[in-house]
Design a protein around this ligand. Structure first.
Ligand SMILES: Nc1ncnc2c1ncn2[C@@H]1O[C@H](COP(=O)(O)OP(=O)(O)OP(=O)(O)O)[C@@H](O)[C@H]1O
Ligand SMILES: [Mg+2]
Length: 254
């Protein structure tokens, strides 16, 4: 059973058809990197998986469960919010912009969803949050306000916050793009550690090709919402077959 399954997914913004019948699978435990030019639909795919956007056609399954829509006979029907939420709780996301709650402390940011969404007992959620803060190297910032943290620190809190929900699937969208070069390594180090120490399925968008090469086992190259090439990282980054991929990687890698 794949962790993520897209079947003929269509997504339009007005006349702009961003995904035109996209199908792909991510097996459980896989680490898949999405690459491709700006506007090729990478973020849209992740936003569909967070139900921040809604597909206009096709189906998305998580662990085999229909997510936002299902077919009843020939009819594609929306799944009620209550059922969606159960599946969505298995999915965590970290964005380029950290989106922390600015008026809360670091600890409060991390325990908020486990306590209010998963109904975890407070002391359990706090203990887990402290463990995660330790893992991301921010144990000493437990009671700091998020506004007092650097970008790299905020992003590490955002990663801890996502992990606190014990997601089966973690979506990462250019999580280092807004950071100064010298702190990118800290955040990538934390993610490397997550990848090595858990079996979370990861779907990531990144311009850090070296990182993608280390962490992922498969790379999908997108152009205009279609997969133009799919390969293991070694092949994709050293011997891409398609001209479009070669051109893109030349531009990105310089
Ligand atoms: N909320 C929106 N409203 C209208 N159009 C949108 C919206 N979000 C995305 N689009 C359009 O969908 C297309 C794909 O956008 P998307 O953000 O998925 O690209 P991307 O591959 O993530 O690009 P980048 O590398 O620049 O982040 C673009 O043409 C974009 O303009
Ligand atoms: Mg994007």
């Amino acid at each position: 059973m794949p962790a993520i399954e897209f079947r003929d997914v269509v997504k339009r913004f007005g006349d702009n058809v961003v995904l035109d019948g996209l199908s792909f699978d991510v097996p459980q435990g896989d680490r898949v990197t999405l690459i491709g030019p700006s506007g090729s639909g990478k973020t849209t795919i992740l936003r569909l998986l967070m139900t921040l956007e809604e597909a206009d056609g096709g189906l998305i399954h998580i662990d085999g469960d229909p997510y936002t829509h299902e077919y009843r006979g020939p009819k594609r029907v929306a799944i009620p919010e209550k059922r969606r939420r159960v599946v969505r709780n298995r999915v965590g996301m970290v964005f380029q912009q950290f989106n922390l709650f600015p008026n809360m402390t670091v600890l409060e940011n991390i325990v908020e969803a486990p306590v209010h969404v998963l109904r975890q007992p407070k002391d359990e959620a706090v203990a887990r949050a402290e463990q995660l803060l330790d893992q991301v190297g921010l144990a000493d910032k437990r009671d700091a306000r998020c506004t007092q943290l650097s970008g790299g620190q905020q992003q590490r809190v955002a990663i801890a916050r996502a992990l606190a929900m014990d997601p089966e699937i973690l979506l990462l969208d250019e999580v280092t793009s807004a950071l100064d070069p010298e702190i990118v390594a800290d955040v990538l180090g934390v993610l490397r550690d997550v990848a090595a120490s858990t079996d979370i399925t990861m779907l990531l968008v990144t311009h850090e090709m070296q990182f993608a090469r280390e962490v992922s086992n498969r790379v999908l190259m997108f152009d205009h919402g279609r997969i133009v090439e799919e390969a293991d990282p070694e092949t994709m980054f050293t011997a891409p077959r398609h001209e479009r991929t070669q051109e893109f990687l030349r531009a990105v890698l310089g």
